[in-house]
Design a protein around this ligand. Structure first.
Ligand SMILES: C[S@@+](CC[C@H](N)C(=O)[O-])C[C@H]1O[C@@H](n2cnc3c(N)ncnc32)[C@H](O)[C@@H]1O
Length: 196
């Protein structure tokens, strides 16, 4: 699996060049890439950008790596690791131009609401650390409560400015889970913030 990325050290911040050699290219990160549908679509559409996915489930990591390798893409790599840790501690500072969180696990029970990434202080601080100035965080979810939590969390942070995101704004493939939710008639919520 040549698309599989294994960090040289799990306990220090990576250098941008350790992920992809040319640090002048825009780097996009996807958290929880699932079966890699969105990830692959983006990497194929944008050969001039680099794509780095995080996913904790081995089967989904392997599936995504196989797709990347079969497509012969050299601008896409996959890391099997937990998103919060990766954003908080591993990704290089000021390196990410766009970070995508698409259909995250909703953690619907009240007792689990602290597990929602957008509610975690460490995640928000990590996001501010890893995004380049003007970099963007993009969120899509079918879960209204998760979405409202995100609006509240980002609304409290003057460092972020919410941007318009009309559906035809730019190329943005539908994810695997999103396709399921749309087929079931569920509504998707989307929001996009820029680091000032
Ligand atoms: C609901 S699925 C959505 C998958 C994909 N984004 C999509 O829309 O089709 C959530 C994915 O995030 C992964 N995931 C959840 N929490 C994670 C975490 N903390 N770190 C890494 N991956 C995580 C899960 O294993 C799962 O593949």
């Amino acid at each position: 699996m040549s698309a599989l990325f294994i960090p040289p050290d799990y306990f220090r911040e990576l250098c941008r060049e350790e992920i992809f050699p040319d640090a002048t290219r825009p780097l996009e990160v996807e958290l929880g890439c699932g079966d890699g549908s969105f990830f692959l679509g983006m990497a194929q559409q944008h050969p001039e950008r680099d794509f780095f996915a995080m996913e904790r489930m081995l089967g989904r990591v392997s599936k995504t790596c196989r797709k990347v390798d079969r497509a012969g893409l050299t601008n896409a790599k996959v890391l099997r690791l937990e998103s919060g840790y990766t954003v908080g501690w591993l990704l290089p500072s000021a390196s990410v131009s766009r970070l995508h969180l698409l259909c995250p696990d909703p953690w619907p029970k009240t007792k689990h609401e602290a597990r929602r990434l957008v509610n975690q202080e460490e995640f928000l601080i990590g996001l501010m650390r890893v995004l380049v100035p003007g970099g963007e965080f993009l969120l899509k979810t079918d879960d209204r409560v998760y979405f409202e939590d995100a609006l509240v969390s980002f609304g409290k942070r003057a460092e972020f400015e919410r941007l318009e995101w009309p559906s035809d704004a730019f190329f943005y493939p539908t994810t695997d889970f999103e396709s399921h939710w749309l087929a079931m008639g569920r509504e998707m919520h989307r929001a996009r913030w820029r680091l000032r």
